[in-house]
Design a protein. Structure first.
Length: 46
């Protein structure tokens, strides 16, 4: 599983809680980037 994945592809549960770039808590789902380091958060397609 890629470290940037945020949701389970099967059930939709959010998996990642920390930014893979800096380790800071992730912003709410749907945010475009980490608020701490600016790392882009990929969109999750359904």
């Amino acid at each position: 599983m890629d470290p940037h994945w945020q949701f389970c592809a099967h059930c939709g549960t959010r998996l990642a809680v920390k930014c893979p770039g800096c380790g800071a808590p992730l912003p709410p789902a749907g945010a475009p980037a980490c608020l701490n380091c600016g790392l882009e958060i990929p969109k999750v397609g359904a």
